[in-house]
Design a binder for this molecule. Structure first.
Ligand SMILES: Cc1cc2nc3c(=O)[nH]c(=O)nc-3n(C[C@H](O)[C@H](O)[C@H](O)COP(=O)(O)OP(=O)(O)OC[C@H]3O[C@@H](n4cnc5c(N)ncnc54)[C@H](O)[C@@H]3O)c2cc1C
Length: 427
């Protein structure tokens, strides 16, 4: 089940038409959510994905509020029957030593939505994409989009290379709306020059996979653990996966993590591990079962999220640091919001930026709450524990945000008290 290699063989691919209601570029969680829901509305949708699936992807830990998107997609039963470990809680370990009690989501809300999953992304993303296909979307997973075509200022289609076709591999397709779900490639945001790096979150990550690490027993077996290293220079994630494998990654300021004389990714990982006794203990019986991966500078937003005939969703719109595992949740939510907006646009034959992006103000307000929470995590002198001791009335606001409930009214009131807390730019 678990594999980090990228498949190179493209399977049989469906025929394409020249014209669609909607073209979705990218078949990750955002694209397959938007594609599935628009097909369910009865629109003619094609999802163009450039990688043979299942493709490897980082980002295995879900948060509880993904439940509602998975339910709308009709996937809860499939997840219940899957081998993905059940996640009931998250636990924080400070400065490599002091282990807090796990935070159980169902203590706050005793509903089945409080249990979520740790997923192998190759398999999970394939499940989502197949679901879109079952709902009626056409899916090509050999389709590398080279260009979004514009009729004057309105997006009108794409130029795409079909990697498994030998004659005439480059074709042009037309559509009423183009949805960009290209993940960190952020295809349109880059092309249109609207991508903005978050200079407060210039982080990098080194990660790999281990077999046979220590797991906590019972209900805690599937918990995500976030462990800070001594001196709070970096932090580790520990995410249990099927087959006794754990995903373990270390994140820190880019300048520090990949600085001069730090050696290979393996050297960096080892040096940070030496500063995190609680992670060392967990990994002591384990064997590494994959190579080391690195990524950096992954936090950004887009100053414009929709235009005439186009809309951005998921990481193609914005991404914030992985510490609270919000990426897949936001991919789902933006996929849902965009599907409803595009459906409305098609019904009214109005493909203006205003209609296609009507959801984005509310969405960005929620994303900003996550961003403030991330800033507070990296602020050297800030502690959530101390803050809650002084202001216990905000505990439920914090819990709401940790589970992902950021779109409900007044949840951000915690920041009225906390004020703006900023991270060190390279810590
Ligand atoms: C270090 C790190 C750790 C993370 N950990 C977590 C976590 O624990 N939990 C979590 O929820 N999130 C996590 N995330 C974030 C999460 O992985 C992403 O937010 C999520 O994958 C976004 O989904 P998406 O559909 O927008 O993009 P993606 O999943 O990246 O999908 C985009 C798809 O578009 C395709 N594509 C790109 N360009 C083209 C093109 N030109 N033509 C055709 N197809 C194209 C790609 O092949 C890809 O399949 C993490 C991120 C990082 C960087």
């Amino acid at each position: 089940m678990f594999q980090t290699k990228v498949a190179t063989e493209f399977g049989p691919q469906p025929q394409l038409d020249e014209d669609y209601d909607v073209i979705v570029v990218g078949g990750g969680p955002a694209g397959s959510t938007a594609g599935a829901l628009l097909a369910e509305y009865g629109h003619r949708v094609v999802i163009l994905e450039r990688s043979a699936f299942p493709r490897f992807h980082v980002g295995e830990s879900l948060i509880p509020e993904t439940y509602w998107s998975l339910k709308r997609l009709g996937l809860i039963e499939k997840l219940k029957q899957s081998e993905f470990p059940k996640k009931y809680s998250v636990q924080f370990v400070s400065d490599g030593h002091k282990e807090s009690a796990p935070f159980y989501f169902d203590e706050y809300n005793p509903h089945e939505c409080s249990q979520t999953w740790q997923v192998v992304r190759g398999d999970f993303d394939r499940m989502l994409l197949e679901n879109a296909e079952e709902k009626g979307a056409t899916v090509r997973s050999d389709a590398h989009v080279l260009e979004v075509n514009f009729d004057e200022s309105r997006a009108a289609g794409v130029r795409v290379k079909l990697q498994s076709e030998s004659d005439q591999p480059v074709v042009e397709l037309r559509a009423k709306v183009v949805i960009d779900a290209t993940g960190q490639t952020a295809f349109l945001s880059n092309r249109l020059g609207v991508k903005q790096a978050d200079h407060r979150l210039r982080k990098g990550t080194v990660w790999s996979y281990f077999k046979g690490a220590l797991r906590d027993p019972g209900k805690d077996e599937g918990a995500t653990i976030i462990l800070q290293t001594e001196g709070k220079k970096s932090w580790f994630w520990y995410i249990p996966l099927p087959d006794d494998i754990v995903s373990v990654g270390c994140t820190a300021g880019m300048g520090y993590l990949f600085g001069k004389d730090r050696g290979t990714a393996e050297d960096i990982f080892a040096a940070e591990l030496a500063r995190c006794p609680a992670m060392q203990r967990r990994l002591s019986p384990a064997k590494r079962c994959a190579e080391f991966f690195t990524t950096k500078d992954f936090s950004y937003s887009s100053s414009q999220g929709a235009g005439d005939g186009w809309v951005l969703i998921g990481d193609a719109y914005s991404f914030i640091d992985p510490v609270y595992s919000t990426g897949v949740f936001l991919a789902f939510k933006s996929g849902e919001f965009a599907a409803d907006a595009v459906h409305n646009a098609i019904e009214r034959r109005d493909f203006s930026a205003e209609r296609l992006g009507a959801w984005q103000e509310q969405y960005c307000t929620g994303v900003e709450l996550f961003r403030k929470l991330v800033y507070a995590f990296y602020a050297p002198d800030f502690s959530f524990g101390k803050f809650l001791k002084q202001h216990p009335q905000y505990r439920s606001n914090l819990v709401d945000m940790l589970i992902g409930d950021v779109f409900k009214p007044r949840v951000g009131e915690i920041f009225d008290e906390m004020g703006e807390v900023f991270p060190d730019t390279d810590s």
